[in-house]
Design a protein around this ligand. Structure first.
Ligand code: AMP
Ligand code: MG
Length: 422
């Protein structure tokens, strides 16, 4: 169970608030109070893409399973290689991939061989065909070749019993091929994480409903839907819950009973905090935190029943930034993934960036390579936390440290690309 010390009170809003948690502190507290979900399932490897491996994969075979040629050429015994001048050998047969030569290559002989074909008995070296003069069944070789060259040795990639993939690995397309190359049909993965989410706010309407004065469409449920789907979790979209004590309470109960984690947006800023706080206090163990980050400072985290609860701010950009910076690493941990650090790189910032010290800022940027092949980034423009278009235009976060006072045009900055290679 979580201790009550997780709780801090929401209070004043200045940038140097000593009661604020840094992003690292918030991540650490969350990291220490959650564990990976139980429950494994066996799936065919194609269905394992993006899933978390539950147990390590050990190679059942040697790879390559036989010593074979890396080139089209001639298989010879290295004793036949001349130290100087030239030497002739007679071609005694041909080895093709999948069609090995059954007999031994004797002294004074060689075998024609193709890439991937097993080395015939009596040979240990491949001479590439471009280095050979052929005349009928006789080849002439010179002293350019080295013993053992162009040979893929049995087990040089993997030996039987060697760990191929660690538990906690998120399966990539390359891994599927690797598993197939080992003849592995099924793997044990963790069951899918179930995540429930809903939006709170009397002003929110769903697509298809008419907007009355002062009302807006709920967008957070759609960005969360996208982010969670991309993460590969099972989702339970509970819609919009009005700012009504009883309905919120019911929604929390329902989410806690049906999901491993729940995410809400809205209702945790100072104006509404007391109300939601009261409900959460009654139902679970939840802390309300101010985090020294912009956007996305108010955040609540804790447990409702057995589910981990993440209360995100309502502003659309704040909700996304806190999701990616705080919630996604936690969900990855719950999914049992072992490699969950986002990649950061340096880029030259071509825009001047304004910032006040005391909070980490996750500004929205567009990164690209310039004509010299250097990584550059520019701002998406106005950085208001309600301007969702800034996230849509962006392909990276520009991460400005706690102490940073912004950046001059031309300065190097840290960026976090939105898209990994896989
Ligand atoms: P709150 O955190 O509830 O005070 O909301 C902060 C701001 O975000 C207000 O302008 C809300 O109208 C807006 N907001 C809250 N939830 C959503 C949502 N689901 N979709 C779009 N805007 C929202
Ligand atoms: Mg609200």
């Amino acid at each position: 169970m979580m201790s009550k010390t997780l709780k801090t009170d929401p209070s004043c809003m200045d940038d140097f608030d000593p009661n604020s948690l840094t992003v690292e502190q918030a991540r650490k507290r969350i990291h220490e109070s959650i564990t990976a979900i139980d429950g494994f399932e066996s799936v065919a490897i194609r269905r394992a893409l993006g899933r978390t491996l539950a147990t390590a994969i050990l190679s059942p075979i040697n790879v390559p399973s036989h010593t074979n040629s890396a080139m089209d050429g001639y298989a010879v015994n290295s004793r036949e290689l001349p130290a100087t001048g030239q030497h002739t050998l007679s071609v005694c047969g041909t080895a093709l991939a999948g069609h090995p030569l059954a007999f031994e290559v004797k002294a004074g002989q060689c075998a024609r061989i193709m890439t991937g074909a097993m080395l015939p008995p009596g040979t240990d070296t491949i001479i590439m065909q471009e280095h050979v003069e052929r005349d009928g069944d006789v080849i002439r070789i010179d002293n350019r070749s080295k013993p053992g060259q162009h040979v893929r040795q049995l087990g040089e990639d993997l030996s039987t019993g060697q760990t191929v993939l660690e538990a906690g690995r998120c399966i990539t397309p390359a891994d599927l091929g690797l598993l197939a190359s080992l003849g592995i049909a099924e793997v044990q993965v963790r069951r899918k994480l179930r995540v429930a989410f809903f939006s709170t706010g009397d002003e929110l309407r769903s697509i298809g409903q008419a907007l009355e004065t002062g009302q807006i469409y709920d967008s957070n449920r759609y960005t969360l839907y996208g982010a969670l789907t991309a993460l590969g979790v099972d989702i339970l979209d509970m819609g919009v819950i009005p700012d009504d004590r009883e309905k919120i309470e019911q929604a929390f109960h329902h989410a806690a009973e049906n999901a491993d984690a729940m995410i809400t947006t809205g209702g945790v800023s100072v104006g509404e905090a007391d109300f939601v706080k009261e409900t959460l206090d009654k139902l679970g163990q939840v802390g309300f935190w101010k985090i020294s980050m912009k956007p996305g400072r108010p955040l609540s985290f804790g447990k409702v029943g057995k589910a981990n609860f993440f209360g995100l701010p309502g502003n659309p950009v704040s909700a996304m930034v806190t999701f990616y910076q705080i919630v996604q690493p936690a969900l990855n941990q719950m999914m049992g993934k072992n490699d969950i650090e986002p990649v950061s790189i340096q880029a030259r910032c071509v825009s001047a960036l304004k910032k006040s010290a005391g909070r980490v800022e996750y500004q929205r940027g567009i990164m690209e390579t310039d004509e010299q092949g250097q990584m550059v980034v520019h701002s998406t423009g106005h950085q208001g936390s309600h301007i969702l278009r800034s996230m849509s235009l962006a392909n990276c976060f520009i991460v400005l440290d706690l102490e940073s006072a912004g950046a001059e045009a031309g300065e190097m900055v840290t960026i976090q690309p939105f898209y990994g290679l896989f």
